[in-house]
Design a protein around this ligand. Structure first.
Ligand code: NAD
Ligand code: TDX
Length: 334
């Protein structure tokens, strides 16, 4: 099977490339990535020369480029490529519209022209908005609250429309918050770990009681594998870890694991329109495709902490580069 993975130099995409090459040595994977601030070829260094793996630098929102690449012939597209950080979408939504909406439409159009067998859109629980109690099913109303989640919702609706209008075999997956190796340190867990290791304050938005459901990135990759092989065109599958934690609970646990003082916690101004709680009902993927998470939260968290402890040069080079400007604007100058 020939897969085009987009955004494979980012957090989840690079974990997926590692996972897929190991689990399916017969798959041929082309990784198309623009290498934005979030894309990092270091994440793929150990497999860069592996047979069956190819890297191509390019932009999913560049129609000519995508058309030419798709002309090589692929069976499946797995679209991870996105601007993925809510806070950045609040500072400037434009790249989110360009990549998440226009880029997805260009990939869909290419997939239609070249009659690809499957189009997997890697989406998020954030498209449903916030829920105080109960859980969202795949039928729940879409109610995104940030420019990021609105752009992901638009992409989901384009996938739906291409399925309805052109019978394009698109499948949407909506996953909860991932944790694991190679996550860019602007996101909560790596931000807390790396700030704590540097004895810097750990910023908690608002009262810290917002709830996220956490899933180990390998479990997300396992779910995508099942969807690629057994998912039904036109369907949506929720993917969750069943590990709801308040941010404060999670941060306290991380500081404990790192043997750092709880006094590093610093409450800061809340994120605008900060979703209070995300929670998904994942019965559909369990009953129809037989997937459930394999890793406990405790195991996932300690594996993640260990990875950041062992890969200090990876995150230090990110934190001292271009990212330091964002950090200054976001946290130090407010
Ligand atoms: P990430 O920001 O770590 O990686 C995104 C990757 O996409 C980067 O390698 C970047 O260079 C690439 N990219 C960005 N714009 C591009 C473009 N125009 N053309 C080609 N490549 C481009 O993101 P992530 O956390 O790995 O998320 C991957 C996908 O999963 C996203 O679509 C996101 O919405 C979704 N998702 C993420 C989570 C999570 O917890 N991180 C949860 C659910 C869903
Ligand atoms: O410094 C921080 N302090 C803080 O309290 C940061 C960066 C975050 N937070 C809070 C905001 C959220 O309630 O922690 C929670 C998690 O924040 P993020 O790591 O930014 O993730 P979130 O906004 O939940 O979105 C993530 O999950 C869904 C991914 O970034 C998205 O790409 C995915 O779609």
């Amino acid at each position: 099977m020939k897969l085009l993975v987009t955004g494979g130099a980012g957090f989840i995409g690079s974990n997926f490339v590692h996972y897929a090459l190991k689990e399916h040595p017969d798959w041929e994977i082309t990784n198309l990535d623009k290498l934005t601030y979030a894309g990092n070829l270091e994440n793929l260094k150990d497999i860069q020369d592996q047979p069956g793996y190819h890297f191509v630098k390019g932009d999913i929102a560049d129609r000519k480029f995508v058309d030419k690449l798709l002309g090589q012939g692929f069976d499946v597209i797995v679209n991870f490529a996105a601007e993925s950080h809510v806070d950045r979408s609040i500072l400037d939504a434009s790249p989110f519209i360009e990549t998440n909406i226009k880029g997805t439409q260009i990939l869909l159009e290419g997939a239609r022209q070249y009659k690809l067998g499957r189009f997997i859109q890697v989406s998020t629980d954030e498209v449903y908005g916030s829920i105080d109690s109960g859980r969202f099913t795949e039928e729940s109303t879409l109610s995104p609250n940030s420019p990021y989640s609105a752009s992901k919702t638009a992409a989901d609706l384009l996938c739906r429309a291409y399925f309805k209008t052109h019978r394009l075999p698109a499948i949407i997956t909506r996953c909860t918050n991932n944790l694991g190796p190679y996550q860019f340190p602007e996101k909560l867990i790596p931000l807390v770990i790396t700030n704590a290791l540097e004895d810097k304050p750990v910023p908690v938005y608002g009262d810290g009681l917002n709830i996220r459901d956490w899933i180990f990135v390998v479990d997300h990759c396992r779910a995508l594998d099942v969807v690629i092989q057994k998912g039904q065109p036109g369907e949506i599958y929720n993917i969750g870890g069943d590990n709801e934690k308040t941010n404060l609970e999670l941060i306290r646990k991380l500081l404990e694991l790192l043997d750092k003082p709880q006094g590093l916690i610093q409450f800061v101004t809340d994120r605008p329109a900060h979703d209070r709680r995300y929670a998904l009902d994942c019965a559909k993927i369990a009953t129809e495709l037989g997937w459930k998470p394999a890793f406990s939260f405790e195991k996932a968290l300690s594996a993640t902490v260990d990875w950041y402890l062992k890969n200090e040069s990876w995150w230090r080079s990110i934190k001292s580069g271009e990212y330091s400007k964002y950090y200054k604007k976001m946290y130090l100058e407010r």
